[in-house]
Design a binder for this molecule. Structure first.
Ligand code: CP
Length: 345
């Protein structure tokens, strides 16, 4: 049963972030007409906007199935991938997506860039903008970094350069949230009939936050989060989620299971006894999956850690849709870039 009144949410809120005032002042990802100018977060985006992005992605996938590999929507545009954190899926699928839209793609090598000599993020961006960048795809370990970039452009009155958040700290990963929504809609059709469980390290997960915002906005009536008390942040109930600490209770009769990796790189101190103990209680095994509906799908944003949060036979099993998620990510990223650039499908 939900532990909505339990002390599960006694973990402190994350420390205030520099963009909090900006976020409260207005939504810097929308222009004065309410259209998407940057994609920073799924927070504050309407159901219509999310659905429009999913529908646009679907039309790109349909083109693909007709063997149309490239469309000219971003011809002559330059997309800069700036990744201050490692990535396999997001960086690569953004590159593929931009190329399918006929853009030029520049992958900035952060190790070899002048940021390693002390140049600030905004100075780096200004210099790349002087090279006629049209879009920045940014991943940063600091929550709020893409907000600062977007607000800098907004303050300069620059409307033709767009920022896409490819994951910032523990805050937001909007395109992952969108591709997860696409995957759920693809397999389950109707958001309004679903029970969805998100399992694991919610505290450090930008994916969990984006998914909870998207699921509740799209009308999912029951979003569950399952994890040990040490890995659940405060404020989950306010976001519309039901809190569970026990997999046997939380997985019962769910339609979708979203597993999360332990974000050890973002953990300060020991929050878990051991990985083996974690797997025993929160790892997804076939036996635990059997508690969900028989046709439940298993999702994971990747990278997966086999034997830590998910058993190998579940990750490779018939209910797993982890690799289709990656493929859908290309269409979602095409859709986001096309919409930002003002292109019609
Ligand atoms: N899901 C995800 O963001 O994966 P990468 O870190 O490989 O981009």
């Amino acid at each position: 049963m939900p532990l909505s009144n339990s002390p599960a949410n006694s973990n402190p809120s994350p420390p205030p972030v520099p963009w909090a005032d900006l976020r409260n002042a207005r939504n810097p990802q929308l222009n004065s007409e309410g259209q998407l100018q940057h994609l920073l977060s799924l927070e504050g985006l309407s159901r219509e906007m999310l659905t429009h992005i999913l529908d646009t992605a679907e039309s790109f996938l349909a083109l693909n199935s007709h063997d149309v590999k490239k469309v000219p929507l971003l011809r002559g545009k330059s997309v800069f991938n700036i990744f201050f954190e490692n990535s396999t899926r997001t960086r690569t699928t953004f590159e593929i997506a931009a190329k399918r839209l006929s853009a030029d793609v520049i992958n900035l090598n952060i190790e070899a860039s002048s940021t390693s000599k002390g140049e600030t993020l905004l100075d780096t961006m200004d210099n790349l903008a002087a090279m006629h960048a049209d879009m920045f795809v940014v991943r940063h370990n600091q929550s709020g970094a893409p907000y600062l970039m977007a607000e800098h452009l907004n303050q300069l009155g620059i409307k033709d350069i767009h920022i896409i958040n490819a994951g910032d700290g523990r805050h937001s990963h909007p395109t992952q949230g969108l591709l997860d929504m696409y995957t759920i809609r693809h397999y389950k059709k109707d958001f309004t009939q679903l029970r969805v469980a998100i399992v694991g390290d919610i505290l450090h997960s930008r994916v969990a936050r984006s998914n909870i915002h998207a699921l509740t906005t799209l009308g999912v009536p029951e979003v569950r989060v399952i994890g040990p008390q040490t890995l659940l942040p405060s404020g989950l109930r306010e976001m519309g989620a039901h809190v569970y600490h026990n997999m046997n209770e939380g997985l019962k009769d769910v339609d979708v299971v979203i597993m999360l990796r332990l974000q050890k790189e973002r953990m300060a101190g020991a929050l878990l006894p051991s990985e083996a103990e974690y797997f025993k209680h929160y790892g997804l095994t076939q036996a635990k999956l059997a508690l969900a509906k028989p046709d439940a799908i298993v999702m994971h944003p990747g990278p997966i850690n086999r034997g830590v949060e998910i058993a190998s036979d579940v990750a490779d099993g018939a209910q797993a849709v982890i690799l289709p998620q990656v493929s859908f990510g290309i269409a979602i990223r095409m859709a986001v870039m096309a919409i930002l650039a003002g292109g019609k499908q």
